[in-house]
Write a protein that binds this ligand. Structure first.
Ligand SMILES: *Cc1c(COP(=O)(O)O)cnc(C)c1O
Length: 349
């Protein structure tokens, strides 16, 4: 009997509605990298689209192509990691909005647009301090000047200017925002007219109104994953949309053996550190094996009983972020570890 990840799409819709209300005039881009944080991309984007979400954040081009295939021509799909000219050509063919954070990629995009016979929509990325990818401030004026030339030649449309911030300290984020504002001003004086400026992910989009600009890129909060060490779900107004369940396989003396293990994506270091939900309330997750694990016993435990490994808390279980905190990581890390082989089951599809 295998584990099942139950995904409540009504809860997704409620989280998105709350996020929209919170960010006011900014649009919400639903970030769906890593198979929608392992909740299952197709079901997630279909429900969000039905509820009026028009922007999707796809990280890699492959994911962007999946969103396009699922939703058709009208969705705006932003992909910000194009690794090669082949990726860029695919992005153009699938009409993705392409994040461009270096001068070579800008040339690749222009070349792909020439082959396709139509302009490619790009979002130019300034490196506002994370040094991951993005154009350094000293290189930005030449970069946007070149972009303006390509706009004039009809090869690209500059739809956006964007960056990514650490969301770790307000001071660092403020410094990043100053760099971002300068970059937007320089792009404008080069003649560019980006219609969307975007900087914030989940945390800053809630906590820092001045970081919202035209668009916020939100992943974690849509899935009801709160930040490790941060405010709780009730304070944020969100709830976890996923519930990872396993079944009791057998009882061995006072040990309850359930059908889930580290091969299903349950990190072994959680053993002995966290409590899971059982029909009798919270119990310790004592041991994690490859495909079976042991949970603290309760009276009347029987094969087939449901044990909730993480979820919204209705059975005394922890949330993904609670589990994460016990091993010094973040809730997203717990969520994306759930194996693709674990069955996904949807309510509200
Ligand atoms: C993952 C990601 C996001 C979403 O972050 P959350 O904290 O999950 O909301 C936004 N922007 C970029 C560039 C990302 O990689």
């Amino acid at each position: 009997m295998s584990a099942v990840l139950h995904v409540d799409l009504d809860a997704l819709a409620a989280n998105i509605a709350h996020i929209r209300a919170t960010v006011g005039d900014a649009k919400v881009m639903l970030v769906v990298k890593d198979d929608a944080y392992a909740h299952g991309l197709e079901a997630v984007v279909a429900r969000a689209w039905r509820d009026g979400v028009t922007w999707f954040g796809a990280f890699d081009v492959q994911t962007g192509m999946r969103v396009r295939a699922a939703l058709g021509a009208d969705a705006r799909v932003f992909s910000w990691i194009a690794a090669s000219p082949v990726d860029v050509a695919a992005a153009v063919a699938y009409d993705l909005d392409l994040g461009v954070g270096d001068a070579d990629l800008l040339e690749d995009a222009a070349a792909a647009a020439r082959s396709a016979g139509r302009p490619v929509r790009v979002h130019l990325k300034i490196d506002s301090g994370l040094h991951r990818n993005g154009v350094r401030p000293e290189d930005w004026p030449a970069f946007v000047a070149r972009a303006a030339t390509l706009v004039a030649e009809g090869r690209i449309e500059v739809a956006g200017v964007w960056s990514h911030i650490a969301e770790a300290s307000d001071a660092e984020d403020d410094a990043a925002r100053a760099i971002f504002d300068d970059a937007v001003a320089v792009a404008r004086s080069a003649g560019l007219r980006p219609s969307v400026r975007h900087l914030a992910a989940s945390a800053a989009s809630f906590a820092r109104p001045e970081f919202r600009y035209d668009l916020v890129r939100v992943g974690a909060f849509c899935y009801g994953i709160r930040p490790a060490g941060g405010p709780g779900e009730p304070a944020l107004g969100i709830r976890p949309i996923a519930r990872l369940e396993a079944r009791v396989l057998r009882i061995e003396e006072d040990r309850v053996i359930v059908g889930i293990g580290h091969l299903d994506g349950l990190p072994s270091p959680l053993a002995g550190r966290v409590r899971v939900g059982t029909p009798a309330g919270a119990r310790t997750l004592r041991r994690i094996g490859a495909v079976e694990s042991e949970v603290g016993a309760w009276a009347d435990a029987a094969p087939g009983d449901v044990v909730v490994i993480y979820g919204p808390g209705a059975n005394g279980e922890s949330s993904a972020t609670d589990l994460a905190e016990s091993i010094d990581t973040i809730g997203e890390e717990i969520a994306v570890r759930v194996s693709p082989l674990v069955t996904r089951s949807y309510a509200g599809a």
